[in-house]
Design a protein around this ligand. Structure first.
Ligand code: BGC
Length: 454
C-alpha cells in the first residue's frame, strides 16, 4: 500500500518542480490511491504497454531488443517497438526531437550520454530516484555509469550495457597465413596493412560515413595522447588542444589509414562493413563491440574465425559508449510500468543475457567476468579500472552535446573526404568552433568529465 502513496507524493513534487501544469493529474492519482486503499493489493501488476524508441535495427541488435521485449512480457508489459534505422542513432535522434515537439513522446527511448542531461534540463524525463534508491543502484553500478545517469542529483536513465569503441578485429586465417601478429601500435598496423595489400587483400574494412570516420579518429586521438588529452579535446573542447601537435598527428594518421581502405570511398552502413569483414574481404576492422554480435549473425566465431584486440595504441584504455534508456514522464499514467521496467533492466540476469546478445558488457561491478567471452572480459576488466583509463566516445554522445558533436564530426568528415583540406586548416576550424561552443557553456552539462561535480 505504501507504493502508490510514495508515487503520488513523488509525482506531486515532480509536478511542482517541473511547473509543466501536470498537477491536475496528481489529484486524480491521489484520489485513486484513496479508493484503492480499501481494496486488497492485486497479486499481478496491471498489464501495460510502453512505446520504446531505439536504433537497434541490425539482426543482432534486433535479437537483443527482442530479449528485452520478452522479459518485459513476463512482467505484463508490452514492448511497442519504434525502431529507427541509422547507426549511432543518427536518425533516431531526429525522430525523437520531432515526436517530442509534436507532443507525441514515446514512453521509453534509447537516449545516451550527454543527451540525457540535455533532455533532463527540459524537465521532460521521468526521475527514477525511487527505483534506484530501492534497488540500491549505487552499490553495484560502476561510478562512471552512475555519474552518466545522474543529473542534478536525480537518476534520469537506466543503464543497459557498456560498449568498447576501441576494438580491433582481425581475420585469423589471413593473419596465420601471412604470419602476422595483431598490431599493438600504429606502426605495426602499417606493417600488417602493407603485408595484407601485397597479398592482394584489402587491409581495413571501413566506411566513409561521417560518424564511422569520426569513430576511427577518436581511436587515433586516444592512441596518440591517452584519456587526459582526449578529454581536453572532446569534453572540454579546448582550443589549445585543437592546436596541439597530438591532434595534428592524429589527423595525419587518419589520412594514412584512409589509404588502407577500399580505393572507392563509400558511405556504407556499419552492418555492411561487418559483412565484408565476416566474408574475408578485408583483413582488419576497427569498430565498437556491437560488431561482435553482428559477426555471430554471419556465423563468424570469436577466437576461431576472427580475433579481438584493442585498437592499436589503446590497450590500456576503454573508449566507451554506454547504452541507456530514459523515460518520458508524459502525464505520468505509465509511471508504474516505466518504473517496473527500470527495475528489471539492471538485474544481474538480464544484464548478462542482454549483453551476451548485444556484444557489450554489464554496467554492474559485481558481474562475473568468468562468464564472458575473451573480448567482453577484456572490455569489462579494463573498464573496471576506473575513470583514469576511460575515454567517453564523442560520436556516441558521451563527451559533449549534440550540436558540438555534429559540428566536430562534420569537420572531420570534410577533411577525410577532401585531400585538399590541410591538417592546420582543420585544427584552426576546430579551435574556432571550440571557442564558440565555450562562449555558450563551460563544458556541456552531463559530459563525462571526471572533474565534473555531481
Ligand atoms: C549504441 C549501440 C549500437 C551502435 C550502432 C551505439 O551508439 O550504443 O547500441 O549498436 O550505436 O548503431
Amino acid at each position: 500500500m505504501i507504493g502508490p502513496l510514495v508515487n503520488a507524493v513523488r509525482v506531486s513534487s515532480a509536478c511542482l518542480r517541473s511547473g509543466l501544469g501536470r498537477c491536475a493529474l496528481v489529484s486524480g492519482l491521489l484520489a485513486s490511491f484513496q479508493v484503492g486503499a480499501a481494496t486488497p493489493a492485486p497479486s499481478l501488476p496491471a498489464p501495460a504497454s510502453l512505446q520504446v524508441l531505439h536504433w537497434w535495427t541490425s539482426a543482432s541488435e534486433r535479437k537483443a531488443a527482442d530479449l528485452l521485449a520478452a522479459r518485459l512480457a513476463e512482467e505484463r508489459i508490452k514492448w511497442q517497438d519504434v525502431a529507427i534505422p541509422g547507426g549511432a542513432g543518427i536518425g533516431a535522434g531526429k525522430v525523437l526531437k520531432g515526436r517530442v515537439l509534436a507532443g507525441d513522446a514515446p514512453e521509453v527511448t534509447q537516449m545516451i550520454g550527454v543527451s540525457i542531461a540535455e533532455w533532463a534540463d527540459l524537465g521532460l524525463l521521468l526521475e527514477l530516484d525511487n527505483v534506484a534508491a530501492a534497488g540500491n543502484w549505487s552499490r553495484f553500478l560502476f561510478p562512471s555509469i552512475e555519474e552518466l545517469v545522474v543529473h542534478r542529483k536525480h537518476v534520469m536513465a537506466v543503464p543497459l550495457g557498456i560498449h568498447r569503441v576501441n576494438t580491433l578485429y582481425y581475420n585469423r586465417a589471413l593473419f596465420a597465413r601471412l604470419k602476422l601478429a595483431p598490431p599493438q601500435t600504429w606502426a605495426e598496423f602499417e606493417a600488417a596493412a602493407s603485408r595484407l595489400r601485397k597479398a592482394g587483400i584489402q587491409p581495413l574494412a571501413q566506411s566513409s560515413e561521417a560518424w564511422q570516420v569520426a569513430a576511427l579518429f577518436e581511436n587515433l586521438v586516444l592512441a596518440e595522447s591517452g584519456p587526459a588529452f582526449y578529454r581536453e579535446l572532446f569534453v572540454q573542447r579546448s582550443p589549445q588542444a585543437a592546436a596541439d601537435g597530438r591532434t595534428a598527428e592524429a589527423l595525419r594518421r587518419l589520412r594514412t589509414v584512409k589509404g588502407w581502405m577500399r580505393r572507392q570511398l563509400d558511405e556504407r552502413p556499419w552492418t555492411q562493413v561487418v559483412a565484408a569483414f565476416a566474408q574475408g574481404r578485408a583483413g582488419m576492422m576497427i569498430m565498437g563491440d556491437w560488431a561482435r554480435a553482428e559477426l555471430a549473425e554471419h556465423g563468424a566465431a570469436l577466437d576461431q574465425d576472427y580475433g579481438c584486440a584493442a585498437a592499436p595504441g589503446t590497450a590500456p584504455y576503454h573508449l566507451y559508449s554506454v547504452d541507456t534508456l530514459a523515460m518520458f514522464a508524459g502525464d505520468y499514467h505509465q509511471m508504474q510500468a516505466q518504473e517496473r521496467m527500470a527495475r528489471l533492466l539492471v538485474t544481474p540476469g538480464l544484464q548478462a543475457d542482454f549483453n551476451a546478445l548485444k556484444g557489450g558488457v554489464p554496467v554492474r561491478r559485481d558481474a562475473d567476468p568468468a562468464r564472458m567471452d575473451s573480448c567482453a572480459r577484456a572490455s569489462w576488466t579494463t573498464f573496471a579500472k576506473g575513470a583514469a583509463v576511460q575515454a567517453p566516445s564523442l560520436v556516441h554522445r558521451m563527451a559533449t552535446d549534440e550540436v558540438s558533436r555534429d559540428a566536430i564530426i562534420a569537420e572531420l568528415h570534410r577533411y577525410f573526404l577532401d585531400d585538399h583540406v590541410g591538417v592546420a586548416e582543420v585544427q584552426r576550424r576546430l579551435g574556432a568552433l571550440f571557442r564558440l561552443f565555450n562562449l555558450k557553456s563551460q563544458g556541456a552539462p552531463g559530459a563525462q568529465d571526471t572533474d565534473r561535480r555531481r
